[in-house]
Every structure is written in structure tokens, then in C-alpha cells.
Write a protein that binds this ligand. Structure first.
Ligand code: NAP
Length: 317
């Protein structure tokens, strides 16, 4: 059976940023035979439990969006967890998908897997050309292993496992917990808190000169469905906007969206991470897909979602 609305699809990580957008997208597209489990119901680090689940449920397609994910602080403080969780989750799910003859599996990967000194923009073939960025080395190595594992299962067993490599993802459903959040959600929350409490300045980690590429989460979900119907295994394809912006430029945009009129203080004692991360997306464009949401529109949507879902948790003085 093809990847149609009648197929039995296991969406791993359905409560996360990417997974929740995928769930909305699949439901809108009429997919009604969806399998989902929270990490409490099924801990994907437990191989026996994962295999029992696949044996019982026999999914036909797998979207693997479950992972341990976090910003620069979480990556630096808990590298062992980034290794252990990600290696086990992806190994257990891919091996079970092979064992129980899943038709196709999508592994959601990240531009963090590219080398720190990578030539920009980053082409798919540069993946193993150098050492990863030290602040997220464990995560980067795990993501490389996930993509290489998908390729190896395709090569040895003919499995239709493939990877999509996304830049920084943001949007509705994002994590606004400052201990583990990424740059956009962190800046929205910090600036909103500062505005609510009349604080004169907001601290931003690093020099502000690092350049990053951002993709809105609904575009990510759209790309996942599009490529599930087009890629057949072994590939690792960049999927991005092809546009980057400095952290300073981003912070100014967020200031406007949030309506904060204080100062931005760049703490240069904190790391920048990779100097630049921009995906080269000509293969993606040739295959007929492009993102639709601009950074300005995406930031507005994300701020609205934050106001409706998280702003109540922000304490005023
Ligand atoms: N966020 C980004 O900027 C970004 C950029 C590029 C690529 N990616 C990739 O996109 C994928 C999803 O990331 P995300 O940002 O959506 O992450 P997220 O919001 O943190 O969500 C992660 C999901 O993984 C599930 N999970 C974590 N540990 C698990 C375990 N042991 N067993 C079962 N489920 C577990 C969680 O389930 P529960 O909620 O049930 O606990 C959660 O739903 C990852 O592969 C990541 O590498 C993310």
C-alpha cells in the first residue's frame, strides 16, 4: 500500500515541535490510521518494548520525529544524555522497522550534523568532511549515525529508509523552557518577560554575529509528507529556506514582533556555536518543493501561539 491516508502510520514523537505539526498535517490530509505513543507509554530507548510494539501494531510507515533535542545550554550540560537517548531511540526504531517490514521510514535529521568549519552553503556531500561543532558534538554525532544507519539498512536490506536534514525549526508548539529552548523561543520569552516586567535590557548569548537558517514547523511537516511520496531510501536530503540571518538581525525582528523597546546586551563570554549554518537546497528545489512561510510571518505566528499557550506562565513583578 502507498503512503496514502489509508496507510497505517506510526508517528514517533507526536507531542514534540515537529511531531505535533506532523500530526496536524496528517489529520488535515485525512490520515486516520495513525499510531502514536507518548514516551511514558513507550520509551523508545527500550528495545524489547519497541519490538513488542512493532510486532503487535505492524505499522506500514514510520515518521521518526522522536529524539532528545535542546538548545546550546542543554547540549553542553548533558552530552551523555544526547548520545544515549538519540542513539538508542533511532537504532531501536530503525531496527524494528526493518525486522517488521515497514514499507518506508523517514528519519528527521538536523543541520547540526555538518562539520563546524563546513563550506557554506552546506551541500549534502560535505556531511563527514570535518569535526562537528564542540558545543553540540554528542547530538551531531548521533544525528550522523541516524542518517548513516538509514543508508546502511537501505544498502544491506533494501529498506526504504531516508533522511531529511532541516535547519533550526521554530513555530507553534515550540519549547519555551529557557533551560532547554532554542534561540527563537528563548528570545521571544525573554523579551516578553522583560516587556511585562519593564526590564531595561535582555541578555543574548554570544556576539550576535553567528548566522543561522530557520524554517517554520508547518513547512517542515509539509516537506515530510511531500518527500514520503517521492524518496525511496538511502537518501539524506537538505530541506531549508536557503536564507540565513545573523542572531543580531533575528533579535531585532523578534523585538519588533514582541513590542519590546529595551536594549539587547550581547554576552560575549557565552559561546556562539558554529559561525554559520546554511543549507544548500538546490536538490530540494529540483525535486519540486519549497517552503512557504517567511521568517517575519513565522515569528508572528510563533508569538501568537506563545501568547495563547504559555504567556500566562510568565510572572509579572
Ligand atoms: N527543533 C529543531 O530546531 C530541529 C532542527 C532540525 C532537526 N530537528 C529534529 O527534529 C526531530 C524532532 O525534534 P523536535 O524539536 O520536535 O523535538 P521535541 O519538541 O523535543 O520533541 C521530541 C519528541 O520526542 C519524544 N521522545 C523523546 N525521548 C523519547 C523516548 N525516550 N521515547 C519516546 N519518545 C521520546 C518526546 O515524546 P514525549 O513528548 O511523549 O515525551 C517528544 O514528543 C528530532 O529528530 C530533531 O533532531 C529539530
Amino acid at each position: 500500500m502507498s503512503f496514502s491516508p489509508f496507510a497505517k502510520v506510526y508517528l514517533a514523537g507526536h507531542r514534540g515541535l515537529v511531531g505535533s505539526a506532523l500530526l496536524r498535517k496528517l489529520q488535515e490530509a485525512g490520515y486516520s490510521n495513525l499510531l502514536v505513543r507518548t514516551s511514558r507509554e513507550l520509551d523508545l530507548r527500550r528495545q524489547a518494548d519497541v519490538e513488542a510494539f512493532f510486532h503487535q501494531e505492524k505499522p506500514e510507515y514510520v515518521l521518526l520525529a522522536a529524539a532528545k533535542v535542546g538548545g546550546i545550554m542543554a547540549n553542553m550540560e548533558t552530552p551523555a544524555a544526547f548520545f544515549y537517548d538519540n542513539i538508542l531511540i533511532q537504532s531501536n526504531v530503525m531496527h524494528a522497522a526493518y525486522k517488521f517490514r515497514v514499507n518506508k521510514l523517514l528519519y528527521v535529521s538536523s543541520s547540526c550534523a555538518y562539520p563546524r568549519q563546513c563550506i557554506q552553503p552546506m551541500k549534502e556531500e560535505y556531511l563527514l568532511d570535518g569535526k562537528p561543532e564542540p558545543t553540540n558534538e554528542a547530538y551531531a554525532l548521533a544525528k550522523i549515525c541516524g542518517m548513516k544507519m538509514a543508508e546502511a539498512y537501505h544498502q544491506q536490506h533494501g529498506c526504504a529508509f531516508f533522511s531529511l536534514i532541516f535547519p533550526n525549526i521554530y513555530g507553534a508548539g515550540d519549547n519555551f523552557d529557557l533551560s532547554s529552548s532554542h534561540v527563537i523561543s528563548a528570545l521571544i520569552k525573554k523579551m516578553y518577560e522583560a516587556k511585562t516586567n519593564g526590564l531595561p535590557a535582555v541578555e543574548i548569548w554570544g556576539t550576535g554575529n553567528a548566522r543561522r537558517e530557520f524554517i517554520y514547523v508547518d513547512d517542515v511537516a509539509d516537506a515530510c509528507l511531500y518527500f514520503m511520496n517521492r524518496l525511496n531510501g538511502g537518501e539524506a536530503l537538505n530541506v531549508g529556506t536557503g536564507i540565513d540571518i545573523s542572531i543580531k538581525g533575528l533579535a531585532e525582528l523578534i523585538k519588533t514582533v514582541v513590542g519590546y523597546d529595551g536594549n539587547l546586551f550581547y554576552n560575549t563570554d557565552k559561546p556562539d556555536g558554529m559561525p554559520q549554518k546554511l543549507l544548500e537546497v538546490s536538490k530540494m528545489r529540483e525535486s519540486g518543493w519549497s517552503p512557504r512561510v517567511s521568517l517575519e510571518d513565522g515569528l508572528q505566528k510563533t508569538f501568537h501561539w506563545f501568547i495563547n499557550n504559555c504567556a500566562k506562565a510568565v510572572k509579572g513583578r
